[in-house]
Design a protein around this ligand. Structure first.
Ligand SMILES: [Zn+2]
Length: 343
């Protein structure tokens, strides 16, 4: 096959939408980002129909034949190993135990590469930086606290069982006002995700609003559920609201702590912060709070080279890829791996 006329698709399956990107044989994006509904709750067959639709739209948008797509990179919001989904997460029941990678490859007739959403976003950030010698750890606060690690050369680190980088569930030394460790969605207590996530923000907001000092806060005059109120906190923080700032400051600081322990384990050199906070006007403050937490927990050598203090040993950057990072990462990976397999 003539490699210059082949294309590679990245498909990022989320809870509500599939985001899709097409790249050429040099990993350059062609055509626009495509988005279709994911319908994951209806079972994987329904989602496969949507993936077909996304592939058709990608080809049409780039003006190439659908048959020119020679490889697919796919990421799913759930743990998997060798293309088989291990846990339900945000998916429907029939995804679990299914060889998604194998079935999609049979259906499309092209090789499929698969990982989870955290690794996919990390691969996207790696691809966008064009630095094949470095490594990169992505940490993305969102509904939960996702993470991914890309090693020098551009491969994500999956672990022996596809279970690596569950960074949201490392324990952090922080307690609620009553001395208890907060419960995490995973069933454990005291996880980083129980402090740094949308779920954590809801809990912390509810606790704070019950305190006399915030009795006249506008969110206490608002009778919408706390889930809705938590969504409003970004707007409040952007306007300098003291309660919102306090809540995000705590999240940033504790995130810095968690990152320090991860950096101590893997020393990635570059930490990329993803998730929706990258789009806010208070992101510089949020990064400062992360660095304050990091500085308190990480030894000086993880901050500056002891022999040359001008050299920063762990750099922090905001994500570049936004919503499209995971799809870009999977298109890039499909291009690299599919061509590598035929070289
Ligand atoms: Zn947990």
């Amino acid at each position: 096959m003539n490699n210059t006329s082949t294309y590679y698709a990245g498909l990022d399956i989320g809870g509500t939408t599939v985001k899709a990107v097409l790249v050429d044989h040099l990993s350059q994006q062609v055509g626009p980002l495509t988005e279709v509904r994911s319908k994951v709750k209806d079972g994987y067959e329904g989602t496969f129909d949507q993936l077909d639709l996304a592939l058709d739209q990608l080809a049409a948008g780039a003006g190439v034949a659908r048959g020119a797509i020679a490889g697919i990179g796919l990421d799913v919001p759930a743990p998997s190993s060798d293309g088989v989904i291990w846990g339900r997460a945000n998916l429907g029941d029939n995804w679990v135990g299914t060889d998604i990678r194998g079935k999609l490859s049979t259906r499309t007739g092209v090789p499929v590469f698969m990982t989870n959403d955290g690794n996919a976003a990390a691969l996207g950030e790696y691809a966008l930086r064009h630095d094949n010698n470095g490594s990169l750890m992505l940490v993305a606060p969102g509904t939960g606290l996702g993470a991914g690690l890309v090693l020098p050369g551009g491969r994500s680190y999956e672990g022996a069982n596809g279970l690596a980088l569950e960074t949201g569930h490392i324990s952090v030394p922080f307690r609620e006002d009553d001395g208890e460790l907060p419960s995490c969605s995973c069933g454990l207590k005291g996880c980083a995700e129980a402090w740094v996530s949308l779920m954590a923000l809801r809990r912390r907001l509810r606790l704070q609003l019950a305190k006399p000092e915030w009795s006249s806060h506008p969110l206490n005059q608002d009778d919408t559920p706390v889930e809705e109120k938590a969504f409003k906190l970004r707007d409040f923080a952007e306007k300098g609201d003291a309660l919102a700032i306090q809540l995000f400051k705590q999240q940033g600081f504790i995130l810095g702590y968690a990152i320090a322990d991860m950096v101590r384990t893997i020393d990635p050199g570059l930490v990329v912060i993803g998730g929706g906070l990258a789009e806010t006007t208070f992101r510089d403050s949020f990064m400062k709070w992360i660095l304050e937490g990091f500085a308190e927990r990480a030894w000086p050598a993880y901050q500056h080279n002891p022999l040359n203090p001008d050299i920063v040993t762990t750099r922090f950057e905001w994500a570049l890829g936004g919503d499209a990072a995971a799809a870009i990462g999977m298109a890039y990976t499909a291009c690299e791996l599919a061509q590598g397999a035929t070289r």
